[in-house]
Write a protein of this length. Sequence first.
Lengths: 280, 282
Amino acid sequence: MKRLAQILRTSAWLGWQVEANWADPTLFLAYAIAKPLATTLILFFMVKVVSQGHATGDAFQFIFIGNTFFLYVTEVLIGISWTVFRDREDYETLKYIYVAPLRLLPYLMGRAFTRVATASVGVLVALLFGRFVLGLSIGVPTTNWLLVLAAVLLGLVGVLWLGIILAGTSLVVARHSMNLNEGLSGLFFLLCGAVFPLDVLPRWAQSVSLSLPFTYWLELLRRMLTGHGFARSLAALSEGDLWRIIAGATLGLCFAAILWFRWCEGYARDRGLIDWKTNY
Amino acid sequence: MGRDLAGTETTIRARIRMNAAAVFARASVRVRASFRESSWIVGETLFPFLAMSAFVFVYRGLHAPPEYEGFVVLGGAMIAYWNNVIWGMASQFFWEKEQGQLQLYLITPVSRMSILLGMALGGIAMTTTRAAVILIGGMLLFHVSLPLSRALPAFGLFVLTLGAAYSLGMILSSLFLLWGREVWHTATLLQEPIYLFSGFYFPVSAMGIVIGIAGSILPVTLGLDGIRQIFYGPAAHGLLPLRWIPPIQIALTLVFVTLARVSLLAMENLGKREGRLTLKGD
């Protein structure tokens, strides 16, 4: 455990140096919060232009919460898999890390720390912006903030394991397959009901949405922060049901990630892909 | 009349021919490369289409009038061009520096503007295939109606917008010439915030006249605003009267091209003095 902690700490430090030391902390922070604030405001103005019609404060609140917490999915998913490409092809250090006395999986987990931290700052700033600038009520009297934190962490662990699955895939595919990772993030954004109720999707797409753990995660967070649900298709599920689904999915992702990553790592080593360059 | 590297006198006609050849060479490489890897075609059409679809569904969830879905589809197609301006144009000299090829461009006897013009034309050709898929796919899948009778004026304004946008890309490429890792982050910064200030997904007038005017420094802002007005008339909630927009786009193009020329020269000289032209950012 001590060794694992050491690897996580060192790779987290390395991740910070790679991602953040190109600017002073203030400038880096500004860059980090620009995207979440921009997407929040895009959605705000989209609701505003139709608010003479049928949109309500509730509608934007649900969109806001979904969009804000979805930031974890985009940042961490893409961040972990991008680490493999950068280390392998830009910095050409993956082969040295591979021959170092550490396992690749905890190294990648540690490297994800910067992305998690950046996303967390973005989420926090967006929530504060929503509360104090846009006048949204974040939380209700019955909101248990410790449970909210636990729900966020549980979802985040699921995202991390999914990121490891993508990182394993990145070990065996060429650099331009980065589109796949970004596309997957876009697919989740579309299918998880992050910014619109699932009910507007076609029935076949709703079936796919209901198989994604992030759909339930966002619904749980909305219920905890607003006191009621958003998606009619999930109305029959209690909060306990949502917790169980998310916990089960996270456990499943954990096993799948470990098995898949080990296979990809072995495949990459067998075929000499650890120091592969595909930057053409 | 000047002299080439061999000391031979060159005519203006010869120099124009040389620069035109550079434009063609740089553009044709980009056009050929765009179809080289099939995953790029999928990645640059399907995945942006997914992001656009999400915003269409936002409007559907809000029971917005159908023309708003048209705004998103038009914005989604324009995003493809804006991203090409940032990643395929502005960042290009940075990528060349990282690959160790920038000095090859700088020692050629052609204008940097010719090279950038070739990149722009090649980028437009490459992006048009992607944007067309997004536009046609959006129209078919979401039943977005764009009156074909107004396609020609819309296309004319679109061409003016591209001219101004890629001219802005030339200025940015001169700045990115000198930067290191901040290029990557700055390019990322020029995505979602620009989508906001240019009103890619909603009428820019919703942000108020002051912010709308400020955002109009970006050619895509007024370009999208104008194209929406052409197709949807008053329902587009235009920022400025339509007849003002084409002259503004032409003026922006002229200003940006002039600034790009000055900026490229200044940045190149600065880079030479500070030894940053061959310094890798990573």
